[in-house]
Design a protein around this ligand. Sequence first.
Ligand SMILES: N[C@@H](CCC(=O)N[C@@H](CS)C(=O)NCC(=O)O)C(=O)O
Length: 325
Amino acid sequence: MGLLVNGQWKDQWYDTDSTNGKFVRDDSRFRHWLTPNGEAGPDGQQGFKAEAGRYHLYVSLACPWAHRTLIARHLKGLEKLITVDVVHPLMLDNGWTLASNFTGATGDSLYQHDFLHQVYTRAKSDYSGRVTVPVLWDKKTHTIVSNESADIIRMFNDAFNEFGATEGDYYPKNKREEIDQLNNWIYDHINNGVYKAGFATTQDAYNEAVMPLFAALDKADKVLSYQRFLTGSDMTEADIRLFTTLIRFDEVYHGHFKCNIRRIADYTHLFGYMKDIYQTQNIANTVNFNHIKTHYYASHKTINPTGIIPSGPQYNLDTPHGRDA
Ligand SMILES: N[C@@H](CCC(=O)N[C@@H](CS)C(=O)NCC(=O)O)C(=O)O
């Protein structure tokens, strides 16, 4: 675990000393937009033009943020248009590595780099900041378009519609306000909430994160007791974003991140909802529990010094979810 400082790799764990033991996530630094014709994106700057085969994703199958982009790529049928490399699940002294000696890890098919930080310095030689996945890469200009999953899934939603992307709008105009509100709330309390609990280094910081996390899960369970998805009968990006945390919850957050007041399996509606999404259009194929468990339990040595990976839980996520009723 480390970061780049003026293009130089520095091995260091998250600094929680200056924040009273609280984990504070850095903002993503590359926030450009991929648009149908290269017109400006929401940031107001010149966009990158959507083209078949031009863009590439670097992902970790363990990472909930990167997982969102794989689901969006899959649901929109962009597999033929956007290539993917998968990092090794262990993130140790050199950060994410592009080694292929683990099932499902691919190495770097573009530049044969050993480490993801080399991809960042290829884009910006004096880059300072964290080296995170996902990365949306432009093979034509050899640079990073974006390293922010929330933006990437939105680009995938509509940038490639003229290139034969699968129909489906996960950010429909009439629901944008509602989705934005849900996203903010889910990000703060749930997606990032598990990290705030898990990476806390004081009891107070942990308590401050874990209570709102479970209050938010309770609330989501209630909402899902009367409708199939968060905004009604159709899946939107808010559901994709919640799903990638839920699917990791009982496997890693419950034990490793000490989020153990309840399991997702204890929630009637959330558990069925999670299975519903898992079973939708082969989303199950984007879920890799081996990468997920190996990454968290064996990379975070400050939390789990032995690196032992627990064997449970052993759920069958293919059983009927009953949500269509
Ligand atoms: N805001 C980013 C967060 C991405 C992120 O934090 N990814 C984690 C993996 S789950 C990472 O690469 N962490 C490495 C680090 O923080 O050094 C996004 O949603 O894309």
